[in-house]
Design a protein. Structure first.
Length: 255
């Protein structure tokens, strides 16, 4: 056997453009809004305001969840990074919803967040067309004494010209959130509003007309659930957990 000569090491870091290319595969505007709203629900928020501004072409989600510290905010912005405890289960543990939505819809996005009792509020803004993986970092400012008991996060997307906010898109988002969170809205103190209008759970008879029932056969062995971002894979897994007896609100994204 001939002796082989080892050549130079090389960097296998992917180009940042792969994030946008992958995120825009199978994109659905309403489902991307639902992905970001999921983060607020996971953070234990009771009030979530979704703001869609057609004139400015801005999409924003504000919540009163637990908020993040500096490290948590950094983790939230890293591709495939997450603040979720892997011991909580497999649902969404890789935390790709925020990053996918940002790269799919926006040219720039920004996050502001604070935790109750923290003397600081943290800020992050990213130009999604930048080439380097290195970011200038998180910024912080002191919190007024009157706001120290407040917690929550605001995520703002400055959408690109490809995804204009229209009345039709707003209506689709209302239907998506009403369907996705009807159980939580009915059985907990979760309030979701789009442009100030409270989201109401869809009537079950109406849902059967719009979303016909489907039969899924799960045979012996390993069954995979495959689909684009925001198509409801996590919802299906949660439904299976529920019918098999899972009662933990933490496992079912309850608050």
């Amino acid at each position: 056997m001939k002796k082989r000569k080892k050549l130079n090491k090389f960097d296998q870091t992917p180009q940042r453009t792969i994030l946008r290319t992958q995120a825009q595969t199978g994109i659905d505007f309403a489902k991307q809004i639902k992905e970001i709203t999921d983060n607020s629900v996971d953070a234990g928020a009771h009030n979530i305001d979704v703001i869609l501004e057609p004139k400015k072409n801005i999409f924003e989600v504000k919540d009163d969840g637990c908020g993040m510290d500096e490290e948590g905010l950094q983790n939230a912005t890293i591709a495939a990074g997450s603040n979720k405890d892997v011991n909580d289960g497999f649902i969404g543990r890789f935390g790709v919803g925020l990053k996918n939505a940002a790269h799919a819809l926006a040219d720039t996005y920004a996050i502001s967040t604070t935790q109750a009792g923290s003397p600081h509020k943290f800020f992050y803004e990213e130009d999604l067309d930048m080439i380097s993986w290195e970011h200038d970092g998180v910024e912080q400012e002191d919190v007024d004494a009157s706001e120290k008991d407040h917690s929550g996060t605001t995520v703002t997307f400055y959408l690109n010209d490809q995804y204009k906010i229209t009345k039709n898109k707003i209506a689709q988002a209302q239907k998506e959130l009403g369907d996705s969170y009807d159980r939580l809205i009915k059985k907990s103190n979760l309030n979701i509003r789009i442009n100030g209008t409270k989201i109401e759970p869809l009537d079950i008879e109406f849902k059967d007309e719009v979303f016909p029932r489907k039969e899924i056969i799960i045979e012996s062995g390993l069954t995979g659930i495959v689909g684009p971002n925001g198509c409801g894979k996590s919802n299906l897994v949660e439904a299976l957990r529920f019918v098999m007896g899972e009662l933990s609100p933490k496992q079912m994204r309850g608050s």
